[in-house]
Design a protein. Structure first.
Length: 180
């Protein structure tokens, strides 16, 4: 949200899991000096642990209270996070809010190839419907476009032939449905 990601891909998989991939800096993977765990683990497991509560990390945030990803983790059967940062690809996984795979280096990438992928399977016991509302997802992406007009957000439903650009780069008045 602070201008580091130029692109965000949102993929609704056939199994009703959702994956969000960005090309930002990548979630921090270094060991937190006070907690002794990787920062990405802290972000996913503790409320208010996101970087928005430190003035040096973000200029602004599109979230409400710094609880978003930790709540997603708590309400999901499984969450898989892959981070591209510092020339490495890191992976960590959670089930029912608990870490089931330690942060490990799973590969390498170019130093400038950075970003984060979060793939999650919501636990239907917490929701009225186990299915994502495509109209709500697209509405949310369009609303975020107002905050980040130079970023390109793409939505893709698995099984469709192509990805649909919901938010065109530039100004919010360039939304495909003319609602901007």
């Amino acid at each position: 949200m602070a201008g580091h990601a130029k692109r965000i891909d949102v993929i609704l998989h056939a199994d009703q899991s959702l994956e969000v991939i960005d090309d930002g800096r990548g979630m921090p993977v270094d060991i937190h000096p006070e907690e002794g765990v990787p920062a990405v683990e802290l972000i996913l497991c503790r409320l208010h642990a996101g970087g928005k509560f430190s003035n040096k990390n973000y200029q602004f945030s599109g979230g409400l209270h710094g609880v978003g990803i930790s709540v997603v983790n708590a309400l999901s059967k499984r969450v898989e996070v892959n981070v591209r940062r510092d020339g490495n690809v890191y992976g960590i996984a959670f089930e029912n809010g608990d870490k089931v795979q330690d942060l490990t280096v799973t590969g390498t990438c170019g130093k400038r190839n950075t970003g984060t992928s979060v793939h999650f399977w919501p636990d239907e016991q917490f929701f009225d419907s186990p299915r994502f509302s495509v109209s709500r997802l697209t509405h949310l992406l369009k609303a975020k476009a107002v905050l980040c007009p130079r970023r390109r957000d793409l939505f893709h439903r698995q099984g469709e032939q192509h990805r649909a650009a919901l938010v065109l780069p530039g100004r919010p008045d360039r939304l495909p449905d003319g609602s901007g």
